[in-house]
Ligand binder design. Structure first.
Ligand SMILES: Nc1ncnc2c1ncn2[C@@H]1O[C@H](COP(=O)(O)OP(=O)(O)OP(=O)(O)O)[C@@H](O)[C@H]1O
Ligand SMILES: Cc1ncc(CO)c(N)n1
Length: 273
């Protein structure tokens, strides 16, 4: 592509997250989502997981210097329109990432990943307070699922009214927008957007499937991609909801456990089917 005097001809998004060897969540889900949505994807790996659709077998955190060096290397050369975080594992990693986010003045989407679908811990319990007090104030958007929203807000959520109280409590921690995901509810997977003034409920039909590995990563990566492409937060969230619903619907049925979703379902519809 020829150089464009107005800047790069493609939006750039950075994911700061863990690697999922199974390819369905973490860095891999984020990069596939960025690619599917027409955004140039860049990564800084915080931890390597040995993982498949059945669960997480092993985790190796990366050192603070190599995490910082990845972020600095891409920022000094390539640049980033919007960044997101996923698995951060420890307090030390959160503090280091927060320092780089501030240094580079990054627009940030925080997916407060705590536990994998199979129950493995992806964030040490003593790191939760660092997430609340150090990273959330830097977030333009934070996307907790229902259990994460309860932990961050200290509110027990039983229904939409509870989601609203929790969203207000999380907003008070400093992020400019809160999106609580309803995927873990027994009912319809209605997500809730809150920007400090207005609540928007984003309903969807529940898809009856066990293949929901990486839905949270994919949803937050889609929000990041749409923001990078210039949409408002509200519009980015609305578009991400349509995208994630389609991706779950088209899950290819890979693996014996919670399989991945189809990040490229929109592309498949227009090019391959
Ligand atoms: N079965 C389903 N049918 C339709 N939408 C769903 C379903 N499960 C989750 N979603 C939607 O997917 C998005 C991700 O939500 P979810 O609550 O699964 O995130 P998560 O728990 O962080 O995911 P993970 O940790 O597995 O990556 C939300 O928009 C949610 O409403
Ligand atoms: C690396 C990684 N990040 C996030 C999740 C949550 O889905 C996962 N299972 N693995």
């Amino acid at each position: 592509m020829t150089e464009n005097l107005q800047g790069p001809a493609i939006a750039r998004a950075l994911t700061i997250a863990g690697s999922d060897s199974g390819g369905g969540a973490g860095i891999q889900a984020d990069l596939k989502t960025f690619a599917a949505l027409g955004v140039y994807g860049i990564s800084a790996i915080t931890a390597i997981t040995a993982q498949n659709t059945l669960g997480v077998r092993a985790i190796q955190e990366q050192s603070i210097p190599i995490i910082e060096a990845q972020i600095d290397a891409v920022m000094e050369d390539i640049g980033v329109d919007v960044a997101k975080t996923g698995m951060l594992s420890s307090s030390e990693i959160i503090n280091a990432v927060a320092r780089r986010v501030q240094h580079w003045q990054l627009r940030l989407v925080v997916d407060p990943v705590m536990v994998a679908k199979g129950g493995s811990t992806l964030l040490q319990s003593e790191a939760i307070e660092t997430l609340r007090t150090v990273l959330l104030p830097l977030a333009e958007v934070v996307t907790p699922n229902l259990p994460e929203a309860e932990v961050l807000s200290l509110v027990k959520i039983a229904d939409m009214a509870g989601m609203k109280v929790a969203a207000q409590a999380i907003y008070a921690l400093g992020p400019r927008h809160v999106v609580i995901k309803g995927g873990h509810s027994e009912d319809q997977p209605t997500d809730l957007y809150f920007d400090g003034q207005q609540f928007i409920e984003l309903p969807a039909k529940r898809i009856n499937t066990r293949h929901t590995h990486g839905t949270g990563c994919t949803f937050s990566a889609a929000i990041t991609a749409f923001l990078a492409r210039g949409w408002s937060v509200e519009e980015a969230v609305r578009r991400a909801k349509v995208y994630i619903t389609g991706a779950i619907q088209h899950a290819p049925g890979i693996g014996q456990g919670h399989g991945p979703i189809d990040h490229f379902w929109l592309w498949d519809q227009t090019h391959n089917e």
